[in-house]
Write a protein that binds this ligand. Structure first.
Ligand SMILES: *Cc1c(COP(=O)(O)O)cnc(C)c1O
Length: 371
């Protein structure tokens, strides 16, 4: 690379490497369109939507009113408490940009968890403190307490990606109290439709330091349109509106989101969640019959995490058969862990048959040639 480009690159940016998104690791070009994608927690099916291009010559509303009011109704809060963003990832970024000072402030994360909290912080030269989850993947409140007065934002995720575990309500309330008048507590509910009773949206009226993140990418099966939501009190929302792009939600995105959030769209989504949960049950049942593999965490979301000493070999085998899952073994406390997104019934069946075949093969070869 040209030296002058490096020399004008921000110091903290020079040290970054791009996020290894599921798509960047394995891109879905025409050469591998036959593959089965169970690596990004996407939904396995898509619905039909109609798009009206009549006003595509005009800039869209900054905040599409129909989408905002539909989401507010869906979440049981008022419109002034909702911001539509380019995916929940943009919500994370807006919070860091509005509430953290580059080179000075820090955020707190609780690994193993979603990677974008730390990455977004690092791209803005904001520090990242860590209070890892305990061995049963609950919050370590004592460890978190060390960071009161040291961070502006705390990121929690429930159900947590990639452990699939729920943070109990008492723990969330304890964190809100611990950081009261000190830091925002961002509760990422990207998978909440799979654990609907556990939403903490009712706490928004009690705690003015609570921010909730939501998305249409997971249960709503719309990862491709990039649409998410930030829910908070009006003061936090108005602050975030100062740093958001002028037109963050493209007109076709708003049209599709409005359809997904009408009564029919919501009913279709809940039916999909039910089907996917049956798929999860099947995956859990069949994986638990395999000795060389241990299920990890919980299944409150749309994926299953497991551990096996054959992790690398299994990944390579599945890739060779055109099935892509996600390696989570670099995460804190997740040595040898792989994550499977629940797919369609047929996809799950192909995956499970391959995994069962793989482990039968290992058992045979290990009795034949002990090593
Ligand atoms: C997928 C995911 C997101 C990102 O959602 P987008 O709306 O697609 O940006 C945020 N948080 C968690 C925990 C996720 O798993």
């Amino acid at each position: 690379m040209a030296e002058w480009i490096t020399s004008i690159t921000n110091q903290h940016v020079r040290e970054l490497s791009p996020y290894e998104s599921a798509r960047r690791l394995f891109s879905a070009d025409e050469n591998n369109s036959g593959q089965i994608w169970l690596n990004a927690n996407e939904a396995p099916m898509s619905e039909d939507f109609s798009v009206n291009s009549a006003l595509f010559n005009r800039y869209p509303d900054c905040q599409p009113q129909e989408v905002i009011s539909s989401y507010a109704r869906y979440a049981g809060i008022s419109s002034g408490q909702v911001i539509a963003t380019r995916g929940a990832d943009e919500g994370i970024e807006l919070i860091i940009r509005a509430f953290c000072e580059p080179g000075k402030s820090s955020v707190l994360i609780c690994p193993p968890t979603y990677g974008m909290y730390a990455i977004s912080a690092q791209t803005f030269n904001v520090g990242v403190h860590k209070a890892p989850l305990t061995d049963d993947f609950s919050l370590n409140l004592d460890a978190m307490g060390e960071y009161v007065d040291k961070v502006n934002v705390v990121f929690l995720c429930s159900p947590n990606n990639p452990t699939g575990t729920r943070i109990e309500a008492e723990q969330i309330v304890a964190v809100l109290n611990m950081f009261k008048d000190k830091a925002l507590v961002v509760l990422d509910e990207a998978y909440i439709e799979f654990d609907a009773d556990a939403t903490q949206s009712a706490l928004l009226s009690t705690y003015n330091n609570l921010v909730i993140l939501r998305t249409l990418s997971k249960a709503h099966a719309l990862a491709g349109i990039r649409c998410g939501f930030v829910l908070s009190n009006t003061q936090v929302c108005q602050t975030l509106m100062k740093v958001i792009a002028p037109y963050p939600v493209p007109a076709p995105v708003a049209q599709v989101a409005a359809q997904a959030l009408n009564a029919e769209g919501i009913a279709v989504m809940y039916a999909r969640v039910k089907t996917l949960q049956q798929g999860i049950d099947t995956i859990v049942k069949r994986l638990s019959q395999i000795d060389q593999l241990t299920l990890c965490g919980d299944t409150k979301a749309n994926f299953v995490l497991f551990k096996t000493p054959y992790k690398n070999k299994l990944m390579a085998f599945l890739v060779s058969k055109g099935v892509i899952i996600r390696d989570q073994s670099k995460q804190h406390n997740l040595d040898n862990c792989l994550r499977i997104t629940v797919g369609s019934e047929q996809e799950n069946d192909i995956l499970l048959s391959l995994i069962q075949g793989f482990f039968q093969e290992q058992a045979i070869s290990s009795t034949k040639e002990p090593s």
